[in-house]
Design a protein around this ligand. Structure first.
Ligand code: PSU
Ligand code: MN
Length: 306
């Protein structure tokens, strides 16, 4: 069989030497943000990971392979092509790899590539989840099923606010996925610190998070962990303002009959338009915040192994 995993030299050296590495996804680049902010954000995220002592490994499907650790020009390509790149979740991987078609990896597929490469920590914006109205649409992100089985910690600003947070928490509980709040008891709602829901456990230090992860996986309790890291107070948006605009966006998606993998990118873009770009600005800030914490957790995990 032809190889399907290509880890760049810097990332591969770091993994071999037990040095910290943070995986980063590419759907957020191609489908989650417009050009050129997507590109600027992706580059700044990599810089922040390095600044906090870890090696960044942005993941995508390119040239018929899972690439772990992209070059700047590969990130530029994904940013410029935007929605023309296939959004690749678990079910899309075999088609894209066997056909040699490029794909931007979601949380689910980035977790898969990270696991294959031996990377335990991953930073993104917000995870996918159970959509509002899922009782009739059945729209539940493949991210949740991946969290149920793949041993990677996903550092995020909680569950994307466009989703049904309560149902998503129920799903995670059923599948044994712990939701850990970093310095918070309240689950953040992506653009806001507030959500009205509680996390399962609060942990206040990258080292205690590393202890938690190591305990889970050493005990053979397979599956991911959600590390919910609230957006910084000065960057958050007003909760009621966001909920109003999200409801408008969902209403429009319903009217246009948007479904399947188009749903999340449509809603994020619509909310951005309705908030005159405010949602994008806070989305960028929360990703930066997550990249830094993810790097710190990766560093703490490596210290424990030494
Ligand atoms: N976080 C963001 N923006 C995004 C995403 C996450 O700040 O665009 C992406 C991730 O790739 C996640 C996907 O896996 O949205 C969820 O899509 P779906 O609901 O179709 O599974
Ligand atoms: Mn979906």
């Amino acid at each position: 069989m032809k190889p399907y995993l290509e880890i760049n030299e810097e990332v591969s050296n770091a993994i071999q030497k037990n040095q910290p590495v943070v995986a980063l996804e590419s759907t957020i680049i191609s489908h989650g943000m417009p050009f050129p902010q997507n590109l600027e954000t992706a580059m700044e995220v990599e810089r922040l990971v390095r600044k906090n002592g870890a090696v960044p490994a942005t993941v995508a499907i390119m040239d018929g392979m899972f690439k772990v650790g992209l070059t700047k020009s590969e990130i530029e390509y994904l940013g410029q092509k935007g929605q023309a790149v296939v959004k690749a979740s678990r079910r899309d991987i075999p088609y894209l790899i066997s056909q040699g078609i490029d794909g931007a990896t979601t949380v689910a597929s980035t977790m898969i590539a990270a696991k294959m490469a031996g990377i335990e920590v991953f930073a993104t914006g917000g995870i996918g989840g159970v959509h509002r109205g899922a009782a009739t649409s059945f729209d539940v992100s493949a991210d949740l099923q991946e969290l149920a089985k793949t041993n990677v910690a996903v550092v995020c600003a909680g569950i994307k606010a466009i989703l049904d947070l309560g149902l998503t928490l129920e799903y995670l509980e059923t599948h044994g996925v712990p939701v850990v709040g970093y310095r918070t008891q309240e689950l953040p709602a992506f653009y806001t610190q507030k959500s009205g829901f509680a996390v399962d456990y609060q942990l206040d230090h990258p080292t205690t998070i590393a202890d938690f992860l190591e305990t889970k996986w050493r005990m053979g309790l397979d599956g991911g962990v959600v590390i919910a890291n609230p957006i910084p107070k000065e960057k958050e948006l007003d909760y009621d303002y966001m909920m109003q605009n999200i409801e408008l966006a969902i209403e429009e998606a319903k009217q246009l009959g948007i479904k399947g993998k188009e749903n999340t990118p449509f809603l994020l873009a619509k909310v951005k338009a309705l908030t005159e770009g405010r949602s994008l600005a806070s989305n960028i800030e929360l990703v930066y915040n997550n990249a830094q914490l993810a790097a710190q957790i990766a560093v703490a995990l490596c210290h424990k192994k030494k």
